[in-house]
Design a protein around this ligand. Structure first.
Ligand code: C2E
Ligand code: MG
Ligand code: MG
Ligand code: MG
Length: 282
């Protein structure tokens, strides 16, 4: 009788999805299906060379201004976009728009920046990723070295052989590759030496209070040294204080990104920021 009861009872309990998430998902679906991409906007956060104080790069970060929901942050909508597969057209839209924006900036004389784009795991493993990127570059008559792809450790470890193959193809196309949020995933250091990575971005968890937290300073110093020995450049994420910056300068971290210098800015504001900060920043 007990067994029968078990068998007849529903084995799958209805997924408890909060109304907020359902609402986000519904709206996100509508944006993508009806191609209302104008609700999205790409913000740019400067990345600064610590030794020279020059802006050398910028990270593109997606924002969603929904007429129904207001401003939705990526930490809210990216996970939903990933679980629904909507992230694929969204990431492609971002790639395409960042390429267009780089071209626009080149045409007005801003031609020295590397622009980074975050890819999500699903987009990274799309078989036509390389063709798409190639197409966006060609359409904008853009040289590939201006584009850097940000990947996370867990994305790479999900299918290491396929990831290495794709990374090598991206590299041979001429793009740069950064490993994002480093230290928070669980990558094997054995693989790290074989990966074609240009830039290692230390996660902001380690940077927060790095100058006073002895464990964080120990780890950060070791990461900088390791990355340099592997011929990678190091970016510190989430730099918020002068103390953190001083620490990073002392231990020869290459560049930094964070609210201390600038928040992510809409394209027009980012451009003004560049024009008004021509010289030394730090
Ligand atoms: P991420 O790639 O690690 O991006 C850095 C995040 O740190 C950004 O959050 C940025 O605004 C924030 N940040 C920068 N400086 C500071 C600081 O000094 N202090 C603090 N507390 N935070 C700082 P954001 O823009 O909310 O993006 C969150 C995440 O969403 C990103 O993390 C990335 O994983 C994802 N994301 C953003 N745009 C895209 C996109 O176009 N495609 C995909 N697939 N993911 C994206
Ligand atoms: Mg990133
Ligand atoms: Mg990051
Ligand atoms: Mg992140």
């Amino acid at each position: 009788a007990t067994l029968k009861k078990y068998l007849s009872s529903p084995t799958i309990v209805a997924k408890t999805v909060s109304p907020k998430i359902q609402l986000l998902e519904m709206n996100l679906q509508r944006v993508v299906q009806q191609k209302k991409f104008q609700e999205f906007e790409i913000y740019y956060q400067p990345i600064v060379d610590i030794a020279s104080g020059q802006i050398i790069a910028a990270e593109s970060l997606l924002r969603w201004q929904s007429p129904e929901l207001g401003l939705v942050t990526p930490t809210e909508f990216i996970p939903i976009a990933e679980s629904t597969g909507l992230i694929v057209p969204i990431d492609q839209w971002v790639l395409q728009n960042v390429c267009q924006q780089i071209k626009i900036w080149h045409d007005v004389g801003i031609a020295y920046l590397t622009m980074t784009v975050n890819l999500s795991v699903m987009e990274f493993y799309q078989p036509d990723l390389l063709n798409k990127i190639n197409d966006f570059l060609k359409r904008n008559k853009l040289e590939p070295q201006y584009l850097e792809i940000e990947l996370t450790e867990s994305m790479i470890m999900q299918d290491i052989n396929s990831a290495i193959a794709t990374m090598n193809k991206l590299k041979s196309l001429g793009l740069k590759i950064a490993i994002d949020d480093f230290g928070t995933g669980y990558s094997s250091l054995i693989y790290l030496k074989n990966l074609p990575i240009n830039t290692l971005k230390i996660d902001r968890y380690f940077i927060h209070n790095v100058a006073v937290d002895h464990q964080k300073s120990a780890i950060t110093k070791a990461l900088i040294e390791m990355a340099h020995n592997l011929n990678m450049r190091v970016v510190a994420e989430g730099v918020e204080t002068e103390e953190e910056l001083h620490f990073l300068r002392e231990y020869q971290c290459d560049s930094m990104q964070g609210f201390l210098f600038s928040r992510p800015l809409p394209a027009a504001e980012f451009e003004n920021f560049l024009w008004s900060n021509r010289h030394l920043y730090i």
